[in-house]
Design a protein around this ligand. Structure first.
Ligand code: NDP
Length: 460
């Protein structure tokens, strides 16, 4: 039997060597793109057991191909501010992988946006979209524009200029963007209007996250936040736990955060803290989600304003300190790398039982390791927050059929999709020898479908 043991070792070594060689090549080819490297590393590390078992993916150079975007578009976005001054931002669209469907992924408007951030998000999106079980490829885009402090007119002029260029590269069967940080229903509306103006015909399926009156899907606004909680509910259920009676901390106070808080509270949890990029609020009796929604979504104010209306709450300057708040369940729903190893260790010391990533890559690799080593139930972003893009794909279906489904219908499809993602991730983790490791399970389940289809479609 020693030969078998040696063979197994050899296969593992071969897989590890191949993966690390490709990773080194990626770092060399994409210098200084640390977020992109981080996202690639997390996925590649999970794929060792797959490459160990199936040499075919290596023979077809799948990693080299899947980590190189099919197309990266970068463009100038000139616009005029309220003082009449011409301003210039940089726009991006990364069309990463169209093996299983048109490119699909949001647009982010934030001053931190650069090629690395958009590529990390686009890369993650390939696997996330595959996990939904729906026919959508991976893409992402955005601009280094800061909507904060801008007037409605400035946001409109910027967004129109952005779409004038983007419209040359997208289409209902080519690439279908949606919202992300800094891009909500207002920006989607302006972009849809501009697309319609520069193109002929009414193409409802060009963007998702649209207003309900012009082709949007009910439940899309709530989908990422609700989906996050549905996924964590499944994780908890498997261990005989639930949201009921639990204390929850949710970072951010944007689209994902608001609806994660709403659903968690609906399931009987007490959400004690949430944040924005300046600071966080804490209320041991539970945050009033409706006040947060009005302040952030409608009045576009800072979260610090909350305590004026709810004197029992406390406001603390500095958003990263939100993780000092003891809780049973932590849902990071703001941005990438918001939980580092130190924050993870504090959460663990304070008894956290489950972490569900509503935001994209909110935990550093070391933070994830800390959670896993301490048996905290950990749901990775590409599985946990896939509900948003899943309902976006349902919006595309409704647009193609020129009909609309009820809130309840879409919500029940969302729940079913999240349950399936959870089950498929658990099964893949079990099958490849990493039981309970949802990072490995989600990465493998998302990868296999795309990789197999890439092989079937030949070298393209
Ligand atoms: P929003 O713009 O609606 O909200 C983002 C929230 O995070 C705001 O409260 C914002 O605070 C806060 N925030 C942004 N940047 C930082 C930062 N650097 N430090 C601390 N807080 C920050 O975005 P979304 O809710 O749409 O997106 C949140 C996360 O979820 C992102 O990672 C996104 O990629 C991911 N996601 C979103 C999906 C969607 O459907 N919208 C789908 C899947 C993933 P402030 O108000 O001060 O800016």
């Amino acid at each position: 039997m020693p030969t078998v043991v040696n063979k197994a070792k050899t296969n593992k070594e071969t897989a590890e060597n191949y993966i690390s060689q490709v990773f080194e090549m990626i770092k060399k080819r994409n210098p200084n793109e640390i977020e992109f490297h981080q996202a690639v590393k997390e996925i590649f590390d999970s794929l060792v057991p797959v490459f160990e078992k199936h040499s075919t993916y290596m023979e077809h150079s799948i990693l080299e191909r899947i980590s190189e975007p099919e197309r990266v578009i970068s463009f100038r976005v000139p616009w005029v501010d309220d003082e009449g001054k011409v301003r210039v931002n940089r726009g991006f669209r990364v069309q990463f992988n169209s093996t299983i469907g048109p490119y699909k992924g949001g647009l982010r408007f934030h001053p931190s946006v650069n090629a690395s951030i958009i590529k990390f998000l686009g890369f993650e999106q390939i696997f996330k979209n595959s996990l939904t079980g729906l026919p959508i490829g991976g893409g992402k885009g955005g601009a280094d524009f800061d909507p904060k402090g801008k007037s409605d007119g400035e946001v409109m002029r910027f967004t129109q200029s952005f779409m004038t260029e983007l419209s040359k590269h997208i289409g209902p069967d080519i690439d279908v963007p949606a919202g992300d940080i800094g891009v909500g229903s207002r920006e989607i509306g302006y972009m849809f209007g501009q697309y319609k103006k520069v193109k002929r015909g009414y193409e409802a399926g060009i963007l998702t996250g649209k207003g309900i009156g012009y082709g949007g899907s009910l439940t899309r606004t709530e989908a990422t936040g609700y989906g996050t909680v549905y996924f964590v509910e499944e994780m908890l259920k498997d261990k005989g736990l639930s949201f009921n009676g639990r204390t929850v901390v949710v970072s951010g106070s944007g689209n994902v955060s608001i609806y994660a808080m709403e659903k968690a509270a609906h399931l009987g949890a007490t959400v004690v803290a949430c944040s924005d990029s300046n600071g966080y609020i804490f209320d041991k009796n539970g945050i009033n989600v409706e006040t947060v929604r009005r302040l952030k979504e409608i009045e576009r104010k800072r979260i610090s304003e909350y305590v004026k209306e709810h004197p029992s709450a406390e406001y603390h300057e500095g958003c990263s300190d939100i993780w000092l708040t003891p809780c049973d369940i932590a849902l990071p729903c703001a941005t990438q790398n918001e939980i580092d190893e130190k924050a993870a260790k504090i959460l663990i010391a304070n008894g956290v039982k489950a972490v569900g990533e509503g935001a994209n890559m909110p935990s550093t690799l070391r933070a994830v390791e800390a959670f896993q080593q301490n048996e905290v139930l950990f749901g990775p972003a590409k599985a946990v927050n896939a509900g948003g893009v899943a309902v976006s794909a349902l919006e595309m279906s409704q647009n193609s059929m020129r009909l609309s489904w009820s809130f309840e219908e879409v919500d029940s499809k969302l729940k079913e999709i999240m349950t399936n993602i959870y089950r498929n991730s658990v099964e893949a983790a079990d099958k490849y020898g990493h039981p309970d490791n949802l990072v490995v399970g989600a990465n493998i389940a998302g990868f296999l479908k795309v990789a197999d289809a890439m092989i079937e479609q030949g070298v393209i």
